[in-house]
Ligand binder design. Structure first.
Ligand code: NAP
Ligand code: MG
Length: 497
C-alpha cells in the first residue's frame, strides 16, 4: 500500500525521514564555512524539523569557484549531447523513485497539503526533468542565408555559471524550472533556495550527483537572501541570475548586476492577477474555479486570481456559488491526505496576510467570508478562505500582492470597464477570462496585459508552454524551449569561404 494514501502512513514515513540540512558544494555535503546553522520550522505545527547550513559570502565563493572550474574543464558542457541526455534521464528516474519522499519533505517544510505536493508539485517536477532531459540532442543551431561567399553560423552556447534564487511557495518546482533547462544546455549552477524551504533543493542536488551530474555542476547553498542571495547577485564570476520571488527583491538583483558584472538577470516576480467574469459566462464553472484557484496552495501562488472582476449583471447568482464553494474548502493538517488546504509558510507571513485583511476592512471593503484562523488542532499557521466584496481597485488589497487565500471582488458595468480595471496594476503575470462568446474571448484576451491568459479555465499548465510576466511581473520565461534562451549566449561565427 502507498504510505502516502493514509494519514497514519504519512506520519509513519515522516518519522523515518532522514532530513539533510548541509550545503552541497562540488559534489559533497558541507557545513557553512562559519559553521552557522538556522532552524527550519515546519508551518504545520511550529516545530523545528532541521538545522540548515547558513551559507554566506564565503560559501557562495566556494560554490562559484567549483562551478567555474567544472565549466572551464568542460566535464559537463563538452559531454556529447546524447551523453548529457542519459545523465538527465537518470536524474529524472531517480527523482521518480523518490517522489513520495520529496512530496513529504515539501509539505513538512512549507505547509502545502501532501496530496497536492505529490499529485501536483512532484508530478510536475518529474515531467519537467523528463522534458528537458530530451533537449540536449534535439536542439539544432542555424546557418544564416548570407550568400555564396561566406558562411555565418548562429550557435547557442551555455552562458556559464548560473545563480538560481528561488521562493518557498513551490520550492522544488520553481527550482526545477531553472535547473532543468540550465543543465540541459551545459551550464554550472549555484542554487540558493528560500530560507523557509531549503530541504527539497538539497535533496535534488544529491539525486543529480547520484545520476552522474559531475562535481561542481550543481551546487546548493542554503541561507538567507540578505547574505547568500546577495553574494550570488553581486558575484563577479556569476554570468546569470535566474530568480523567482517578489518584485522588491527582483529589483535589488537588477541593482546588484549593475553594480557588479552586468550579469543577465531573469526575473519571475509577483502578480495581482485579474479573473474577469463576463455576463455570458458559465457561472457554475467560473465561480467554482474562482474559489478553488484562490485557495490553491493556501493562496501562496504568484498567479493567484486575487482580483475577481465581475459583471454586475450576474453578480448575485455568481456570488452565491462562489461563497458556497469556498465555505467547503477548509484548512487542515498538511500531512493528512484528505486536506485540500494546508498552513501558510510561517508565522510572520500569516501575520502579514492578517494585516492586509485588517487594511481591507479599514479601507471600506466588506468582509463576507473568513478573515480568521481555524482550529486544526496543531500549533501551525492556518487561515480560513477569505472574501472581500465591494472592493475598489484602488484599495490596498486590490493593488498589493497578499499571497494568501484572500479574494477581492470588484464589480464592473461592461467589457470596457472590465479590461481597464484588469490592466490597472503594476503586475502582468496572468489573467482569467470567462465568456461563452468566442469573438469576445479573442478580442478581450488580446487586450489583457499578461504573460498568460486563461479563457474558461485557470492555472492550465504544461512544460511545452512558457510561463512568465509582463510589466513588474518579470522578464524572460520559464518552461518550454523559450527558457533555453536564458541559459545560452547567441554566437555568430563568420567564415570566409
Ligand atoms: P522573496 O522574498 O522575493 O524571496 C525570493 C528569494 O530571494 C528567496 O530565496 C530569498 O531568500 C531571496 N532574497 C531575499 N532577499 C534577497 C536579496 N537581497 N538578494 C538576493 N536574494 C534575496 O519572495 P518569496 O517571499 O520567497 O516568494 C514569494 C514571491 O515569489 C511572491 O511575490 C510571488 O508572486 C513570487 N513568485 C513568482 C513566481 C513566478 O513564476 N512569477 C512563482 C512563484 C512565486 P530568503 O527567503 O532566504 O530571504
Ligand atoms: Mg521550512
Amino acid at each position: 500500500m502507498n504510505l502516502l494514501s493514509s494519514k497514519a502512513g504519512v506520519l509513519e514515513m515522516s518519522r523515518r525521514l532522514a532530513i539533510k540540512g548541509q550545503a552541497f558544494v562540488d559534489g559533497r555535503f558541507v557545513d557553512a564555512a562559519s559553521g552557522e546553522t538556522f532552524d527550519d520550522i515546519s508551518p504545520r505545527d511550529g516545530r523545528v524539523i532541521a538545522r540548515v547550513a547558513a551559507c554566506g559570502a564565503a560559501d557562495v565563493d566556494r560554490a562559484v569557484s567549483a562551478a567555474r572550474r567544472a565549466f572551464e574543464a568542460g566535464v559537463w558542457r563538452d559531454q556529447a549531447p546524447k551523453e548529457r541526455k542519459k545523465v538527465l534521464q537518470r536524474f529524472a528516474q531517480l527523482f521518480e523513485q523518490n517522489m513520495d519522499e520529496m512530496a513529504l519533505l515539501e509539505s513538512l517544510d512549507m505547509g502545502k497539503p501532501i496530496a497536492e505536493s505529490r499529485l501536483i508539485d512532484a508530478t510536475v517536477v518529474l515531467d519537467t526533468l523528463q522534458w528537458y532531459s530530451e533537449c540536449p540532442d534535439k536542439i539544432y543551431d542555424e546557418v544564416a542565408p548570407t550568400g555564396p561567399g561566406q558562411l555565418a553560423m548562429i550557435t547557442r552556447e551555455p552562458i556559464g555559471v548560473v545563480g538560481a534564487v528561488t521562493p518557498w511557495n513551490f520550492p522544488m518546482l520553481m527550482e526545477t524550472w531553472k535547473i532543468a533547462p540550465a543543465l540541459a544546455t551545459g551550464n554550472s549552477i549555484i542554487l540558493k533556495p528560500a530560507r523557509w524551504s531549503p530541504l527539497t533543493a538539497i535533496r535534488l542536488a544529491e539525486l543529480a550527483a547520484e545520476a552522474g551530474v559531475p562535481d561542481g555542476v550543481f551546487n546548493v547553498v542554503p541561507g538567507f537572501g540578505s547574505t547568500a542571495g546577495k553574494a550570488l547577485g553581486m558575484h563577479m564570476d556569476v554570468d546569470c541570475i535566474a530568480f523567482t520571488g517578489s518584485g522588491e527583491v527582483g529589483k535589488e538583483l537588477l541593482l546588484y548586476a549593475g553594480k557588479s558584472n552586468m550579469k543577465r538577470v531573469y526575473l519571475e516576480a509577483g502578480g495581482k492577477s485579474p479573473n474577469v467574469i463576463l455576463d455570458d459566462a458559465d457561472l457554475q464553472a467560473a465561480a467554482k474555479r474562482a474559489a478553488t484557484a484562490i485557495c490553491f496552495n493556501q493562496g501562496e501562488v504568484c498567479c493567484a486570481p486575487s482580483r475577481l472582476i465581475l459583471s454586475e449583471r450576474v453578480k448575485d447568482e455568481f456570488m452565491a456559488i462562489l461563497v458556497a464553494t469556498m465555505k467547503k474548502i477548509r484548512p487542515g493538517d498538511p500531512l493528512d491526505p484528505a486536506s485540500n488546504m494546508g498552513a501558510l509558510v510561517e508565522k510572520g507571513h500569516l501575520e502579514s496576510v492578517k494585516r492586509y485583511i485588517a487594511k481591507g476592512r479599514e479601507e471600506g471593503a466588506r468582509l463576507i467570508l473568513g478573515g480568521d484562523s481555524p482550529d486544526v488542532g496543531l500549533d501551525g499557521y492556518y487561515l480560513n478562505p477569505t472574501i472581500f466584496d465591494g472592493v475598489d481597485n484602488r484599495m490596498t488589497i486590490a493593488q498589493e500582492e497578499i499571497f494568501g487565500p484572500v479574494l477581492s471582488v470588484i464589480t464592473v458595468k461592461d467589457d470596457e470597464e472590465a479590461v481597464r480595471v484588469a490592466n490597472d496594476t503594476i503586475y502582468g503575470l496572468a489573467a482569467g477570462l470567462w465568456t461563452r462568446d468566442l469573438s469576445r474571448a479573442h478580442r478581450l484576451s488580446r487586450r489583457l496585459r499578461a504573460g498568460s491568459v486563461w479563457v474558461n479555465c485557470y492555472d492550465s499548465a504544461d512544460c511545452t508552454v512558457p510561463f512568465g510576466g509582463y510589466k513588474q511581473s518579470g522578464n524572460g520565461r520559464d518552461k518550454s524551449l523559450h527558457a533555453i534562451s536564458k541559459y545560452t549566449e547567441l554566437k555568430t561565427t563568420w567564415i570566409e569561404l
